[in-house]
Design a protein around this ligand. Structure first.
Ligand code: DHK
Length: 161
């Protein structure tokens, strides 16, 4: 069976991971983050399309392109979290499970980081757990996209073996 495809989309300045304010964002680079996601996805039987852009329009286009192509979206909208109604509208339009991830706990930070438009389109939100938040998001996404009854079948095959 073809593994469900999950888009892992990253917004502005996430390309600077490892260099950018490491006391807040940690020392893992974007390549490290992609490797972490690829490993977690493989363990979960998911395929990923991992991307980063600094452009709001490009991010919106990528979300739109998920329609009919991806089974779910994991997104760190970064600086567009609290500003982009266009991004929120695109996420609502594609009608897929969406998990919003922030490396830092945006609620412990400046007030202007708190009010996320993306959360209004998200199935769930993970914030403050560092880059491991992406692995947790993939775990949650595996459940969200699992075909109905898939867990029961797994249990049955465990019992048979
Ligand atoms: C990343 C950013 O670039 C900020 O603009 C957000 C988010 C927080 C993060 O924690 O991953 O406010």
């Amino acid at each position: 069976m073809t593994p469900p495809l999950i888009a892992v989309l990253n917004g502005p300045n996430i390309n600077l991971l490892g260099i950018r304010e490491p006391e807040k964002y940690g020392t893992a680079t974007l390549d490290d983050l992609e490797a972490l996601c690829a490993e977690a996805a493989e363990d979960l039987g998911l395929a990923i399309d991992f991307r980063q852009t600094n452009g709001e329009g490009e991010l919106i286009t990528w979300v739109q392109e998920c329609r009919g192509r991806a089974a779910g979206i994991i997104i760190n909208p970064a600086g567009y979290t609290t500003t982009s109604i266009g991004l929120m509208d695109a996420l609502l339009a594609v009608d897929l499970p969406v998990i919003e991830v922030h490396i830092t706990n945006i609620h412990r930070r400046e007030a202007f980081r708190h009010d996320s438009y993306v959360s209004k389109a998200a199935t769930g939100v993970i914030a403050g757990l560092g880059v491991q938040g992406y692995a947790l998001a993939l775990q949650a996404m595996a459940d969200l996209v699992a075909p109905e009854g898939a867990d029961d079948r797994d249990l049955d095959s465990d019992r048979d073996s």
